[in-house]
Design a binder for this molecule. Structure first.
Ligand code: FIX
Ligand code: ZN
Length: 422
């Protein structure tokens, strides 16, 4: 049906963005069969590492060790008191908790954390997964599957990951590229004949390791996060692993290599896993890896705001590069809007505007609610411009475009149908 007025256009865009199911291409969530790796509930929400970092800013006298020696519930109490009671929770990570509590139907006027805790007790993990996926309108999520994690490896050996098609797999291989001096030992323990100095069959054995894990978990892609000083090509262990192991295996398996570039790990080790930061990276490294390996597909996100424009332009020049998400410190409304606007202007619908990076299941609600609102706002402007220029749109065309942005472009890039699509 054709859209006749600008008001009708905006209302239709907003409703379609709100109701179109999402494929969330990068999260740290897990299916129920992965046991303790699946995190949900109020104490997990409050102890999200984004909130830990924010809490410490308001508690200059709190020794780091005191916080780390607390139980999770005590940590959550302190974060609630600091960020929600003694201050107003308008930072994006705090606002996220408010959105979640509100959409779960909890009474925000009480601000009673123990009352909120009771609410979560009524659900089993499996009921809660159904509830959150339904409330957030997320159809499927890619997990971050780590073959270097002993607990997760044991779950795979028990047959986890095979019985819930809403949880898709992604093979995460950071230690191979960022910590070879330890990683080679884990590979040896798993039966691969690798040497620290790369002698003998090391290259073939690393490839065999990747191939075995691809065979075992059938990942959508292989992924790594990389530091801000990532260089390519490079005469280093990382450079060799990329060129001689990952790229040949990605090529042969026909799966993309996902690069998340720009992390400065542990700038403040006292903050533990909340202590990472970011830095601007060299777009030249991205240009070279994608243009010299045109028969490999690359999913790329960068962490620094300063890299976003050049990354979008690099994607214009290389169809084997799909830009995705507003990652981590970019996942704030002002930056999501700026980046989404710029990306749609440069790339049309050949982009994945957002992923959630959720670590806690409940976060799917806020990360997608907040992002959908911004994506809809930008689309209203873009389709509005077309409308005012005289371009008339059918509802079906808008539905097609939005389905692409929220998942279709990803599946097209992979060359696979969305298994969860009905
Ligand atoms: O490397 C990653 O996948 C990052 O997203 C995480 O490690 C990071 O801690 C995070 O949660 C960002 O949102
Ligand atoms: Zn992540």
């Amino acid at each position: 049906m054709a859209i006749r007025t600008e008001e009708q256009l905006s209302a239709f865009i907003q409703e379609t963005v709100r109701s179109t199911p999402v494929t969330d291409i990068h999260t740290h969530l897990f299916a129920e069969s992965f046991g303790d790796l699946l995190l949900w509930g109020i104490d997990e929400l409050l102890t999200y590492h984004y909130l830990i970092a924010e809490m410490f800013r308001f508690r200059p006298d709190l020794p780091y060790e005191t916080f780390w020696s607390m139980t999770k519930q005590q940590q959550a109490d302190l974060i609630w008191q600091t960020l929600f009671i003694e201050n107003s929770p308008y930072s994006e990570a705090c606002r996220g908790v408010v959105t979640v509590l509100s959409r779960l139907g909890l009474d925000l006027s009480t601000r009673d954390l123990n009352e909120y805790r009771k609410y979560f007790e009524q659900f089993s993990s499996s009921e809660y997964i159904d509830r959150i996926l339904s409330l957030s309108g997320v159809r499927s999520v890619a997990m971050t599957n780590d073959p270097f994690d002993a607990y997760e490896r044991a779950r795979w050996e028990e047959g986890a990951g095979q019985n819930d098609s809403r949880f898709l797999t992604a093979l995460r291989i950071d230690p191979l590229l960022n910590g070879w001096d330890q990683a080679y030992l884990t590979l040896q323990q798993q039966g691969y004949q690798v040497a620290q100095d790369f002698s003998g069959d090391t290259i073939q054995e690393v490839r065999r390791f990747l191939q075995d894990w691809i065979g075992r978990i059938d990942p959508l892609y292989m992924a790594v996060s990389l530091p801000d000083d990532f260089a390519y090509p490079e005469a280093s262990v990382r450079g060799r692993v990329i060129d001689e192991c990952i790229l040949p295996v990605a090529r042969e398996a026909g799966i993309p290599f996902a690069l998340m570039i720009g992390v400065k790990r542990q700038v403040n080790p006292s903050l533990k896993y909340a202590g990472d930061s970011l830095g601007r990276s060299d777009i030249g490294a991205v240009e070279r890896i994608v243009s010299r390996n045109q028969d490999v597909k690359f999913l790329i996100t960068m962490l620094s705001r300063e890299n976003q424009h050049e990354l979008a332009v690099t994607a214009r020049k290389n169809r084997n590069l799909l830009v995705f998400g507003c990652w981590w410190f970019l996942n704030n409304p002002s930056l999501i809007e700026e980046m989404t606007r710029m990306r749609l202007e440069l790339l049309g619908g050949s982009v994945i505007p957002q992923h959630s990076d959720c670590r806690i299941l409940d976060q799917l609600i806020y990360k997608w609610d907040h992002s959908r609102e911004i994506i809809a706002k930008v689309l209203c402007d873009k389709y509005g411009d077309l409308f005012r220029a005289g371009w008339r749109l059918e509802e079906e065309e808008i539905q097609r475009d939005i389905a692409g942005l929220l998942g279709g472009a990803f599946w097209n890039f992979l060359g696979k149908p969305d298994p969860a699509a009905v």
